[in-house]
Design a protein around this ligand. Structure first.
Ligand code: NAP
Length: 283
């Protein structure tokens, strides 16, 4: 029987598929013996408002928000954190007695995963590949953390990199250098880079033999992070590791963004190793 004092949490997305978030969060609640439980809900766009308001009415203390709701969910918040306001997207909703507060922990998740691997991005030259939602969060958070950011993305019809670079200039008055996504220009640029963050979906299961750039372009002094977490070691990371680079897996970012959400909901600093293990066991 459900205990009415239990703190309820969850993730909403569409499709939600086999979300790893319940396993990752519930592993902490088990470990710390917290009376909390986390669920995954498939919520189509037309039900977003009623799902958020309904969860609050039912006594949930918060929700994670994932694709495709990260931007639209803002409409149903009363207040936004600085990060969510800058990004125009939320991945965490906090329900207080009076308000729904929107947060975005994706960028912090990346920065904290790098920190755990021994890299503080302050004053470091960080080169980001990608300009989608995750790359945007990372580019903003790196800029807020005083990194020197450069960026590349493929040139599709809607050229997302342009929008992101302009947005960071307008909101943070920081200049982001754009590098063409071609082997020669990337190779030349990587001579002046400390941290490479790959933030596209290339290399994700089932396309595990794909890599956005050949690993032999990367000098061994560059730290390489791939935010793709399935598989945990992507082709890019495997090649970089073989070249002697320090590598950081996307599972670390996933766990750290979840840890930050728990910090917002429950005021705790959960054991990130427990979260990482739960994700890897679930993959
Ligand atoms: P998104 O908003 O859809 O953006 C996807 C990005 O990948 C865009 O920059 C897109 O370029 C690029 N891309 C897609 N296919 C490509 C290809 N064949 N060649 C070159 N670029 C390609 O997705 P997202 O939310 O940013 O997520 C991106 C990846 O990060 C996903 O694999 C996701 O699972 C992972 N992720 C991990 C975490 C974590 O915590 N570890 C968190 C969030 C996301 P265009 O702009 O040209 O389309």
């Amino acid at each position: 029987m459900t205990d009415s004092r239990k703190k309820l949490l969850g993730v909403i997305g569409h499709p939600i598929g086999h979300s790893l978030s319940p396993a990752m969060h519930n592993a902490v609640f088990d470990k710390l013996k917290l009376n909390c439980e986390y669920f995954a809900f498939d919520v189509p766009p037309e039900s977003l408002e009623s799902a958020i308001k309904g969860a609050k009415a039912l006594g949930f203390i918060g929700l994670n928000v994932t694709i495709p709701h990260k931007v639209t969910a803002i409409k149903y918040t009363d207040k936004l954190s600085k990060e969510a306001e800058l990004l125009g997207a939320v991945n965490t909703l906090q329900f207080t007695d009076k308000e729904i507060i929107g947060h975005n922990t994706d960028g912090t998740g990346c920065i904290n995963a790098l920190k755990e691997a021994g890299v503080d991005v302050k004053n470091k030259r960080v080169f980001i590949i990608g300009a989608g939602g995750a790359a945007r969060a990372i580019a903003f958070q790196c800029s807020l953390s005083d990194a020197v950011v450069s960026l590349t993305n493929r040139k599709e019809e809607k050229f997302m990199a342009d929008d992101l670079i302009k947005d960071i200039k307008v909101k943070l008055n920081r200049d982001i250098k754009f590098i063409e996504l071609a082997d020669e220009s990337v190779k030349e640029h990587l001579k002046d880079v400390d941290v490479l963050v790959h933030a596209t979906s290339v290399g994700m299961k089932p396309n595990i033999n794909n890599s956005i750039i050949p690993g032999d372009l990367i000098p061994s002094n560059v730290t390489v992070m791939d935010i793709v977490y399935n598989p945990p070691e992507t082709k890019l990371l495997s090649e970089a590791r073989k070249r002697g680079c320090r590598t950081v897996e996307g599972v670390g970012m996933l766990a750290h963004q979840g840890a930050k959400s728990q910090n917002i909901w429950l005021g705790i600093n959960p054991p990130v190793d427990v979260m990482i293990k739960a994700v890897i066991d679930g993959l």
